[in-house]
Design a protein around this ligand. Structure first.
Ligand SMILES: Nc1ncnc2c1ncn2[C@@H]1O[C@H](COP(=O)(O)OP(=O)(O)OP(=O)(O)O)[C@@H](O)[C@H]1O
Length: 716
C-alpha cells in the first residue's frame, strides 16, 4: 500500500524514502513457514532415538558376528572333511559357538532382589542366590533396644512402676480382638467336629505361669551361638548376618538399620536420603564383594545387573537405584524387572495371579502373557514379621514364661523368628495344647532352657493375614515421603507414580476421613473407620460385586468370621478416583486416594486377592476362572505349614461358585518360594537376544533416567 502512494503523499506523511534503495541486510530472508503444509518427523522415527539406535547397532554387530562365526564353522567343517578327520558337523560347531557366549552372559550378570528383611543376590548363572539380612549395624551411642523399652518393656509396667498383668499389657481392644478370634476358632473347630478340651487355654496359662527356666552353663551348651567379635579398632559399620550377631551389649554399641521397610525406603529411621542410599549401597557392595567374590570394584564394569523392583514402585526410588548401579557400581548395563513378573518367569508360567508374602509387605498381581496387568496390582503392608510380632504378643498374653522378650533385641528377634517358623501352623488339626521348649542364648550369659505350652496362638498369629487389625499397624507409614519426594510429571507437576485400580479400591475402603471433606464425602468416610477396625471382614466395593455378578450367587461369610457388614463402603468404581462427590455442594476436590500418604494399605489377604483378580478379569468370566485357578503363592511368609489349603478354603467360602476352580499353586520343581522371584530375574538376565530393556552406559551418560521411558516393558 505504501508503494502505491505518490511521492507527495508520502512526503506529507513524513514517510518519504530517504535511503539509498538498498536492502537493510545482505542476509537471506527466510519466508515464514506455511502452517497449513507444516510437517516434521522430529522425534517420530526410531532412528532419531539414541536408545533404539544403540540397540539396533548392537543387534547388527551381533548378526555380523554370527554370520562370521557361521562362515568360519563351515570353512572348518570343509577342511576337516577334506582332511578326512572324522565326520565334521557344522551345526554342532554352531551350537558350541552359541552356547559359550550364552553361558558367559549368565556369569557376567549380577541379579539383585532387595527385600525388607532379606537381600537375595547372585550371578544369573547360579542355581540359587545367596540370602543375607538386609541390615547394617552402625557404631552408635545406644543400640536399638536401648532406644525403646529397656531394660524391660514398658508395656509390662503400670505408670507407677508396678508389674502389669500380661493380659492387660497390650490394651483392652487388642485383648478383646484376640479373645474374639480365639472364640471364633473354637466355634469353627467344633463345626468341623474337631475334639477340643474345654479348658485348653486355662491349662496353657497355668502351665506357663509355673515354669521356670533351666540354666545351662555356656560350655555345656553344644549349640551355643557364635557372636560377632569386634576387631580393634572396631569397624564403623558391619553388614549382613554378622550385623545381626553383634551382641546388644557390645562396646562400643552398634545400632541396626534396615534401609528397606514395608517394601519402601525406610524414611522413619533415617535422617537423610543420602545416608539411606549410602547404607543400601554398602550392603549391596559388601554382598557382591564377599558373597559373589568379586572383590575388585574395577572389574564390575564388565558386569550387567538385573534389579528387581516392586510391582507398584516409586519412580524416585527406581531413579535413585539406577544412578547408584550406573555411577557408583559402574555396571556395564542395568535392567529392571517387576517382582510378580519375575515370579512367573521363575516358575515358568505365562499367566498367574502372583501372591508374594514377604516379611513386611504382601503384593498381589495378575500376570498375563508375560505382562503385569497394571490395574490388578495390590501392595499391602504386612507380612511374616507381623506374624512373628503377633505370635509373641499372643504368647505373652498367655503368660509366656520368658516375659522379658523384646523383639528389638537381636537375640530375641532371632529367637522369635525361629519359634514362629517351627511352631506356627495354619493347619487346624494341629491346634491343641502342646509343650514346646527353646534355648535362650544371650552373649556373655549362660543359656536358659525354657519350656512352655501353646494352644491356639500358633494358628491365630498367622491367621492375622486375613484379619490384619490384630497386627500392630501403628508405625508403618510413619515418615513416608519425608526424605524422598513423590515423583511428579515434569510438565504439569501432578504425581506420576504408577497406580492401580485394585489398590485404589482398597485404599478407598481403608481411607480415614479427610478433615475438610468429611461432610461431602460423608457416606464413604463414615464407613471407613469401621473398615479399619476389622479389615478382613469388609468386602471391597465394586470389584467384588463384579465377581459376585459373574458368579450369580450371594456372597457368603468366611469360615470363622462374620459376613460382609459394610455395604455402605465407598464405591471406587474401579477407577483411580475416590467416591463421587454429590454435584450440589462442590468443595475443592479431595486428593485421589493413591496420592494420600495417610492411608494404611492393610487389608485381609483373601479379599485383596479377589479384588486384584476382579480388576484383572474385568468381567470376563473365562479370565476370572483362569486367574482364580492359577494363584501362585511365593515369598517367605507363605511357608507357614498348611497355608495353601487354608487360603483355598477362605477363597472357597467367599466365592462358593468358583470353589471347584480355586487352586493355590506352589512354584514347580520344588523351588523354594522365597527365591522364585530371584530365579525369574536371573532367567530374565540370561535372555540376551530378546531383552530390550538393558540400559547401557553410553545412553545413560547422555540421557540419564529419561531413558526409562524407552527401556521399561511397562509404562514408566
Ligand atoms: N518356614 C517358615 N515359616 C514361616 N515363615 C517363614 C518361614 N521361613 C521364612 N519365613 C518368613 O518369611 C519372611 C521373609 O520372607 P522374604 O525373604 O520373602 O521377605 P523379604 O523379601 O525380605 O521382605 P518383603 O517382601 O516384605 O520386602 C520372614 O518374616 C520370615 O519369618
Amino acid at each position: 500500500m505504501v508503494g502505491k502512494k505518490s511521492g507527495k503523499a508520502l512526503r506529507d506523511e513524513g514517510l518519504e524514502r530517504t535511503d539509498n534503495n538498498m536492502e537493510l541486510s545482505s542476509w537471506p530472508q527466510i519466508p515464514a513457514i506455511n502452517q497449513k503444509n507444516y510437517y516434521t518427523d522430529y522425534l517420530k522415527r526410531d532412528d532419531q532415538n539414541l536408545a533404539f539406535r544403540l540397540q539396533n547397532e548392537e543387534a547388527r554387530t551381533k548378526m555380523t558376528k554370527k554370520a562370521k562365526d557361521h562362515d568360519r564353522a563351515l570353512a572348518m567343517a570343509k577342511t576337516e572333511t577334506a582332511e578326512g578327520e572324522g565326520e565334521a558337523d557344522g551345526d554342532a560347531h554352531m551350537e558350541d559357538a552359541e552356547e559359550t557366549p550364552a553361558e558367559m552372559a549368565g556369569s557376567k550378570v549380577i541379579v539383585i532382589h532387595m527385600g525388607s528383611q532379606n537381600l537375595r543376590i547372585g550371578l544369573a548363572s547360579d542355581a540359587l542366590p545367596k540370602t543375607l539380612p538386609m541390615v547394617i549395624a552402625r557404631k552408635a551411642a545406644t543400640n536399638e533396644s536401648e532406644d525403646h523399652d529397656e531394660p524391660k518393656p514398658k508395656r509390662f509396667k503400670h505408670d507407677d512402676g508396678s508389674e502389669m498383668e500380661p493380659e492387660k499389657a497390650f490394651g483392652s481392644e487388642w485383648s478383646s480382638h484376640f479373645n474374639r478370634m480365639s472364640a471364633d476358632l473354637k466355634v469353627h473347630m467344633r463345626q468341623n467336629k474337631r475334639r477340643m478340651l474345654p479348658n485348653s487355654k486355662e491349662m496353657v496359662v497355668n502351665y506357663n505361669r509355673r515354669t521356670v527356666p533351666e540354666i545351662i552353663s555356656e560350655h555345656n551348651d553344644p549349640m551355643r551361638a557364635e557372636w560377632t567379635e569386634l576387631s580393634n579398632p572396631p569397624p564403623e559399620y558391619i553388614v549382613g548376618q554378622p550385623a545381626l550377631r553383634v551382641p546388644d551389649s557390645s562396646k562400643p554399641r552398634y545400632k541396626l538399620y534396615w534401609p528397606i521397610q514395608n517394601g519402601w525406603c525406610n524414611e522413619k529411621d533415617y535422617t537423610s536420603k543420602r545416608s539411606l542410599f549410602l547404607d543400601i549401597s554398602l550392603i549391596v557392595e559388601d554382598a557382591i564383594k564377599n558373597q559373589l567374590r568379586l572383590t575388585s570394584k574395577k572389574d564390575w564394569t564388565q558386569y550387567s545387573c538385573v534389579f528387581v523392583i516392586p510391582d507398584l514402585y516409586d519412580k524416585s526410588y527406581v531413579t535413585q537405584v539406577l544412578d547408584m548401579l550406573m555411577r557408583e557400581f559402574a555396571f556395564a548395563r542395568v535392567c529392571f524387572i517387576q517382582e510378580s513378573l519375575a515370579a512367573t518367569f521363575g516358575a515358568g508360567f505365562t499367566s498367574a495371579c502372583v501372591v508374594d508374602i514377604g516379611a513386611q509387605k504382601t503384593s498381589i498381581c495378575c500376570v498375563e502373557e508375560g505382562m503385569c496387568i497394571e490395574n490388578s496390582r495390590v501392595n499391602l503392608k504386612y507380612g511374616g514379621q507381623d506374624v512373628t510380632e503377633t505370635f509373641v504378643k499372643m504368647m505373652l498374653h498367655d503368660h509366656f514364661p520368658y516375659a522379658d522378650i523384646n523383639l528389638r533385641r537381636r537375640h530375641d528377634f532371632l529367637l522369635a523368628e525361629e519359634l514362629k517358623k517351627n511352631i506356627c501352623t495354619m493347619n487346624e488339626a494341629s491346634v491343641s495344647p502342646q509343650v514346646f521348649d527353646f534355648h535362650l542364648r544371650v552373649a556373655g550369659q549362660d543359656t536358659r532352657k525354657y519350656t512352655f505350652k501353646a494352644f491356639d496362638e500358633v494358628h491365630l498369629a498367622p491367621m492375622g493375614v486375613f484379619e490384619p487389625a490384630i497386627f500392630d499397624n501403628s508405625n508403618k507409614i510413619t515418615g513416608r515421603r519425608t526424605l524422598i519426594d513423590r515423583s511428579v510429571d515434569i510438565y504439569d507437576g501432578s504425581p506420576n507414580d504408577p497406580t492401580s485400580a485394585a489398590q485404589s479400591e482398597i485404599l478407598t475402603a481403608m481411607a480415614p476421613p479427610l478433615p475438610s471433606h468429611g461432610k461431602t464425602n460423608g457416606e464413604s468416610h463414615s464407613a471407613a473407620p469401621e473398615v479399619q477396625a476389622t479389615p478382613s471382614r469388609p468386602q471391597p466395593p465394586n470389584a467384588l460385586s463384579k465377581v459376585q455378578d459373574l458368579e450369580g450367587t450371594p456372597r457368603s461369610s468366611v469360615a470363622g468370621s462374620p459376613g460382609p457388614e459394610n455395604t455402605g463402603t465407598p464405591q471406587a468404581g474401579g477407577t483411580n478416583t475416590p467416591a463421587a462427590t454429590p454435584a450440589a455442594a462442590q468443595p475443592p476436590r479431595p486428593p485421589a486416594v493413591e496420592d494420600r500418604d495417610d492411608i494404611m494399605p492393610v487389608f485381609g489377604l483373601d479379599n485383596a486377592i479377589l479384588t486384584s483378580i476382579a480388576h484383572a478379569a474385568r468381567s470376563d468370566e473365562k479370565k476370572m476362572r483362569d486367574f482364580i485357578g492359577g494363584i501362585m503363592v511365593v515369598g517367605g511368609g507363605s511357608l507357614t505349614s498348611g497355608f495353601h489349603l487354608f487360603l483355598e478354603e477362605r477363597l472357597q467360602a467367599l466365592r462358593p461358585g468358583f470353589s471347584k476352580e480355586i487352586m493355590i499353586g506352589t512354584p514347580p520343581r520344588d523351588l523354594d518360594p522365597q527365591v522364585v522371584v530371584w530365579k525369574g530375574a536371573s532367567i530374565f538376565g540370561k535372555l540376551s537376544g530378546t531383552n530390550d530393556s538393558w540400559i547401557g552406559r553410553l545412553e545413560y551418560d547422555r540421557l540419564g533416567p529419561r531413558l526409562m521411558a524407552y527401556k521399561c516393558m511397562w509404562a514408566y
